[in-house]
Design a protein around this ligand. Structure first.
Ligand code: F3S
Length: 398
């Protein structure tokens, strides 16, 4: 990979330890993927924030980098393993909280904005169409590539951090237009009526597309929340982190219809629900907000919880960014939600919080949430926001 003089000097270590290490990572990646050069990135989103996943070795690595590593571009974080303010209320241990706080402090020293969310595009880290960025979290990467039309590979935690310290990433993969051409045609003949239908559709297309880029027709309308849910699901279950939807996402009209064609019918949607949902009626945890809730979703939850009480046998989490929660405070939604006995889980999520062994079953609006909850040995139910709120109030899935 070609390096200019400044990049060579960074690689030699003239700009300190963290920049040198970062350049080593970027050069190794560039060589593996035959990148011609490094390109500037407009922003970075870093995953690998939860102490649950990092452990002590990861924490030590971050503390080492934080000695002289400072980010060069706007950089935000993926969810951490706990709500950074309200962790006690979510049943997190003192020991875990202490370690998680050390992780966050290391990121802060690097100059990263401690907004721990997988929806950076809703809290001010919003790239423009065509902008090169280096983001990590799979749903955010898919949303950025597909809905915004920015260009990013799916970075690992270390390569995203390296891009943040250098302000550049190797020019390969989805940064190149030739790798952004759709190669499977998906005709959707099923009716999509609620948020979770987009998760179910992502499940079907993700499995059928198998590492391809879908070119999708037949979806009549979709709002941002539905597209963020679809983005999370499609990439979790198998497709590349990029798709095109006719009349909904940018760039569709620039491409020719791929020859390989798959049709999704109503029955496929029902089958997806059958596969995602387990046989369980008692619900111990309800979690809405995978990806993190927008203010619109928080408003819907608040509306449904007016004069209701969450069952004493059920814990109810509204997972969101802290910024969305602050807006919810101002709008009065937080009061309604907390009065009903539900809890905000800011800065964290159902996949990266240490939940294993705490709950046997979960209800959620998210197909991705179900995927990770099964890894946490929970039985899963997926449905609309209303179905999840009902499960929270009754403690049962109907
Ligand atoms: Fe976000 Fe966690 Fe879901 S990172 S997409 S809330 S699994």
């Amino acid at each position: 990979m070609y390096l200019n003089r400044e990049e060579e000097s960074m690689l030699r270590g003239d700009k300190g330890f963290s920049v040198k290490k970062s350049m080593e990572i970027l050069v190794a990646l560039g060589d593996i993927f035959s990148a011609e050069k490094l390109i500037d990135v407009g922003s970075v989103q870093v995953s690998g924030v939860s102490y649950h996943n990092l452990g002590d070795a990861g924490l030590a690595f971050l503390e080492e980098l934080a000695k002289d590593g400072r980010v060069k571009v706007l950089t935000t974080l993926n969810p951490a393993g706990m709500d950074l303010e309200n962790w006690r209320n979510l049943g997190i241990s003192e020991e875990f909280a202490e370690k998680q706080n050390l992780v966050i402090k290391a990121f802060e020293r690097m100059g990263i904005l401690v907004s721990c969310t997988c929806t950076p595009y809703l809290i001010g880290n919003l790239p423009r169409y065509g902008e090169h960025i280096a983001w990590s979290e799979s749903s955010a990467v898919t949303f950025a590539n597909s809905v915004i039309g920015a260009k990013t590979n799916r970075e690992g935690g270390p390569s995203a951090l390296a891009a943040a310290f250098v302000g550049k990433t190797p020019y390969y993969g989805l940064h190149l237009d030739r790798n952004r051409i759709p190669d499977i045609y998906i005709q959707v003949d099923a009716k999509l009526k609620k948020l979770s239908d987009f998760g179910a559709l992502g499940y079907i297309i993700g499995k059928k597309a198998e590492n391809k880029i879908p070119y999708i027709t037949g979806i009549k309308k979709a709002d941002v929340d539905e597209l963020k849910s679809f983005s999370a699901s499609i990439v979790t279950y198998g497709s590349k982190p990029l798709y095109y939807i006719e009349n909904i996402t940018p760039g569709f009209e620039k491409h020719q219809t791929p020859k390989d064609k798959i049709t999704v019918e109503q029955k496929d949607l029902q089958d997806a629900y059958s596969n995602i949902n387990d046989v369980v009626s008692e619900i111990e945890l309800v979690c809405i907000g995978c990806p993190h809730c927008s203010i619109k979703e928080i408003a819907q939850i608040a509306h449904l919880l007016i004069n209701k009480k969450i069952s004493p046998n059920t814990e109810f989490w509204v997972a969101s960014s802290r910024s969305a929660k602050q807006l919810s405070d101002i709008c009065g939604y937080t009061k309604i939600i907390e009065k009903a006995g539900a809890k905000f889980a800011c800065d964290t999520c159902m996949a990266v919080a240490p939940l294993k062994g705490r709950f046997k079953s979960v209800a959620t609006t998210s197909a991705k949430g179900c995927y990770y909850s099964r890894h946490n040995n929970m039985l899963t139910k997926m449905g609309s926001i209303k179905e999840c709120v009902d499960a929270g109030v009754t403690g049962k899935w109907k």
